[in-house]
Ligand binder design. Structure first.
Ligand code: AMP
Length: 435
């Protein structure tokens, strides 16, 4: 029989790597709490219409990458429904905001999420079909300050604080690190004017460009700006710039975001081509890339403002801004840096019962040490002492030998693998060494 494997583009996450994942997730929870965010958990699948309307039919995500199926009707009275595994989480959060009338509180909603997303992309390092995002959204009625440029800057500053807490500083002249690029894609009114100008400019040059650009020039001209084909770059750089099509309010908003970022010493560059892959973005867009460990998939996280999304989904006006961090890529980055190795993966002690008869006492000792917060592995009385040492050395920092004498006297024989020192100590002393 052929052996079964995880589906292409999906993977199992195993210990000790999962320890790093937990570290990343718990750091996000801790830092986001300082900014007063609360957790939201939305379903993993939603009505297909949510993504088609929210993200945009012409985007790559919706037109090519979604896992969509017809859910069979279970009764004559039921209609078949088209369902989709969520390719991102912003649309789901905004749907929940509308459904639970969160806007009626009159307050800003600050929500974060952690979970899997699904896109049928070509798998490669840092790009999977099931991947994980850690994201957050700030959304609410305009009267709650949701449109303020302060919100944009605060979210960006929070991201910098989160990355720094993980041991990832910004890049500088000598060391690799993250880089923040920002842009403004204008308001819902600015964009059509810019897209029209882009379409006009592309009419002549698109036929000389790559196949993707030719298609996008027609269906979604903004996407042309994402093209990575080297020969197309000078042509793209010569296209009209969105900055020249922003109205006064959008320009003022962008200036204010930059002033707030400058005030807290954030380093960034303005990238006029940063329009991002989803249609709902308005005004501020941003992306953090990282120099180390990611190769071509170097976008660590992305986000932006989506002032019209709630209305697009049939809700009240609710401007908002959010981001999604690619957790898989963040873990890859940490693994490539010394920062990832700071997370220990060995148990504090390995208890080695010497002889079957000591198994119950070994389990009791483990119970007591674990109750005191120690991380404990227990061997088995059938192991020879040599084997116990070999296994313990792989799994733990210390071995506790538990023979008949130790059980009778309560004095344990403990060897520390790092120092090579072996000595007798009581349970209380052992606990003290682990502190
Ligand atoms: P997006 O929702 O496209 O704005 O993506 C936000 C972030 O999620 C990106 O910057 C990546 O870090 C991550 N991401 C997006 N697609 C994938 C994927 N297929 N595999 C792994 N990470 C991804």
């Amino acid at each position: 029989m052929s052996t079964l494997k995880a589906v292409r583009g999906t993977r199992d996450l195993l210990p000790p790597e999962t320890e790093l994942w937990n570290h990343v997730e718990s750091t996000a929870r801790r830092i986001f709490a300082r900014y007063n965010f609360g957790e939201i958990r939305t379903p993993i699948f939603e009505d297909t219409t949510l993504f088609a309307r929210g993200i945009g039919e012409e985007t790559d995500v919706v037109s090519k990458e979604m896992y969509t199926w017809e859910d069979r009707a279970r009764a004559a009275s039921e209609k078949a429904q088209s369902l989709t595994l969520r390719p991102e989480n912003t649309a789901g959060v905004v749907r929940a905001y509308i459904e639970h009338k969160l806007g009626e509180t009159g307050l800003l909603q600050k929500l974060f999420y952690i979970g899997p997303q699904f896109r049928r992309e070509r798998p490669q390092k840092g790009r999977y079909r099931q991947f994980f995002q850690i994201g957050a959204e700030v959304i609410g009625p305009a009267t709650a300050g949701s449109e303020s440029p302060l919100r944009d800057a605060e979210v960006l500053e929070m991201l910098a604080a989160f990355l720094l807490e993980l041991g990832l500083p910004p890049a500088n002249a000598v060391a690799p690190g993250w880089r923040l690029a920002i842009n403004s894609v204008g308001s819902a009114a600015d964009r059509p004017r810019y897209v029209a100008a882009l379409r006009e400019a592309l009419r002549e040059i698109a036929p000389t460009m790559c196949e993707d650009c030719q298609r996008r020039a027609d269906t979604n001209p903004l996407r042309v700006l994402d093209c990575k084909v080297p020969e197309d770059q000078p042509k793209i750089d010569a296209l009209p710039k969105i900055a020249d099509y922003l109205d006064d309010a959008s320009t003022a908003h962008f200036t204010a975001v930059r002033a707030a970022l400058d005030a807290c010493g954030m380093a960034y560059t303005v990238n006029p081509r940063l329009v991002r892959g989803l249609d709902y973005y308005t005004r501020t867009t941003f992306e953090f890339t990282h120099d180390a460990g990611l190769g071509t998939q170097n976008a660590l996280l992305g986000g932006g403002r989506y002032d019209g999304l709630s209305e697009m989904l049939g809700g009240p006006r609710a401007p908002g801004i959010g981001f999604a961090i690619g957790a898989d890529r963040l873990v890859l980055t940490l693994q490539s840096q010394a920062a990832g190795s700071a997370v220990g993966s060995k148990a504090d002690v390995f208890i080695a019962p010497v002889g079957d008869a000591q198994n119950p006492a070994a389990l009791k000792l483990a119970q007591e040490l674990r109750a005191q917060g120690m991380r404990v592995e227990v061997g088995d009385g059938t192991f020879r002492v040599k084997k116990s040492f070999e296994v313990a050395d792989k799994l733990a920092r210390k071995i506790v030998l538990l023979g008949e004498d130790e059980v009778a006297s309560g004095v344990l024989t403990v060897k520390d693998f790092a120092s090579g020192e072996q000595r007798k100590m009581t349970q209380v002393e052992l606990l003290a060494t682990a502190r």
